[in-house]
Design a protein around this ligand. Structure first.
Ligand code: FAD
Length: 267
């Protein structure tokens, strides 16, 4: 990475305006990932003076500033309480504390990384992104968007709710990227089943979620059917960390554990 000019934005509008000036102007958050890439950045726009690094509890939602680090997420009592703490658990599984003290939630989202351990639980929590220009949009809509997003992510909003959650990351070593990660959540009769690092970016098993929603009680047979639906609905691929077949098998085992955990089902 080579940076020609570095500026600390004095407002979000200021950051946005400079971002629009040239396609090679870039927001720099933790810079942990950007540093590993090889772009020439004309103007690196630093958001660190804008107070976007905290988590706050509002009446109906939790707001997480885009510059909040993974270590802050992991240690936040608010985040540890929500959905049985799946977002805090996911953050905790990423590298060591030194990286977690640098990498931000905004960088995790804006990179649209296939390997992301953060996008998976956020999708299971129905996260909403708040941008300067695009304003509010769901995380899924953002991930689906093909357009090059020259916008400033300000915060991530999670609706406050009583909900259960399960997260698991399978990796070859504790410091490695995931072979697969999974988040399952339940809010009353609404389920989310999300697979990430497939190795593509996280995706939801909509048909399996709907199937579970329509049933009053779960049983072993119902869980097995939902697991088969979820596993066949999501596409798994092969890379140096694992084959598509291995990922499919992992998906079935951990989707079952996830559904059992969020329904308190014991067989
Ligand atoms: C060695 C290493 C190992 C890692 N291992 C894992 C892992 O196992 N699992 C995992 O999930 N992640 C892993 N990561 C990724 C890490 O969790 C972060 O996702 C990554 O570092 C990006 O966050 P950042 O704050 O460093 O963003 P940066 O590198 O600063 O930025 C990343 C991208 O996001 C854009 N951006 C950042 N913030 C904003 C904003 N507010 N508005 C608009 N655009 C923005 C930047 O312009 C850039 O394009 C790893 C990273 C490193 C360096």
């Amino acid at each position: 990475m080579r940076i020609e000019r570095y500026m600390k934005a004095s407002s979000i509008a200021d950051a946005f305006a400079i971002l629009q000036e040239r396609p090679d102007n870039k927001i720099i958050a933790g810079g942990a990932w950007l540093k590993l890439t090889d772009p020439v950045i004309n103007t690196a726009i630093d958001l660190s003076l804008l107070g976007l690094n905290s988590i706050s509890e509002q009446d109906n939602e939790i707001e997480i500033g885009a510059m909040t680090t993974l270590y802050t997420l992991e240690k936040s009592a608010i985040i540890q309480k929500m959905y049985d703490g799946i977002l805090a658990q996911a953050a905790m599984k990423i590298m060591g504390i030194t990286i977690r003290n640098i990498a931000t939630i905004g960088g995790c989202i804006m990179g649209k990384f296939g390997f992301s351990d953060i996008i998976t639980p956020l999708m299971a929590m129905d996260a909403i992104l708040v941008f300067h220009q695009h304003q509010r949009m769901t995380l899924e809509a953002f991930l689906d968007s093909k357009a090059n997003f020259q916008d400033v992510l300000i915060k991530i909003v999670i609706p406050k709710t009583e909900a259960r959650g399960y997260f698991h990351k399978i990796a070859l070593t504790s410091l490695d990227f995931a072979v697969l990660n999974i988040a399952v959540s339940r809010k009353n009769s609404e389920y989310r089943i999300v697979f990430g690092s497939r190795p593509g970016v996280a995706s939801r098993a909509f048909a399996a979620e709907q199937y579970l929603k329509e049933l009053k009680n779960v049983s072993e047979d119902i869980i097995n059917k939902a697991v088969d639906m979820a596993a066949s609905e999501c596409r798994f691929g092969t890379n140096q960390r694992g084959s598509a077949e291995y990922r499919l098998n992992l998906a079935k085992v951990y989707a079952k554990r996830g559904i059992e955990a969020v329904t308190d089902y014991e067989n």
